[in-house]
Design a protein around this ligand. Structure first.
Ligand code: SF4
Ligand code: SF4
Length: 96
């Protein structure tokens, strides 16, 4: 992985679309672990402010962290540095 694809200095995929961090195949027990304040009102995914997931801490493109990393949704686990979604998100944020 190129050094520039370090997720901890990026965070673009977590702040690109309110529709992205949706719940999918998680069992109820896994979803129950996510703080209610971080879940969307319709319970379909992570709560976002504009396009940014509320679980994301830090500044996109500088230093970020998922505050619920160990219990993050499946879609977040499946997004890998360098994959198409990653590249689109980075491009939208001007992160090369
Ligand atoms: S956009 Fe890519 S590099 Fe940036 S945090 Fe997401 S997976 Fe990591
Ligand atoms: S739950 Fe964590 S990994 Fe998933 S979009 Fe939010 S901040 Fe990113």
């Amino acid at each position: 992985m190129p050094e520039s694809f370090d997720c901890q200095s990026c965070g673009a995929c977590c702040s690109t679309s309110a529709d992205w961090p949706r719940f999918s195949t998680e069992p109820d027990e896994a979803l129950d672990l996510i703080p209610e304040a971080l879940v969307s009102l319709d319970l379909s995914g992570m709560r976002c402010e504009n396009d940014r997931c509320l679980a994301l801490a830090g500044t996109v493109g500088q230093g970020t962290a998922c505050t619920i990393y160990a219990i993050r949704p499946v879609v977040c686990r499946e997004c890998q540095p360098g994959d198409p979604e990653c590249l689109i998100a980075r491009d939208l944020h001007g992160i090369v």
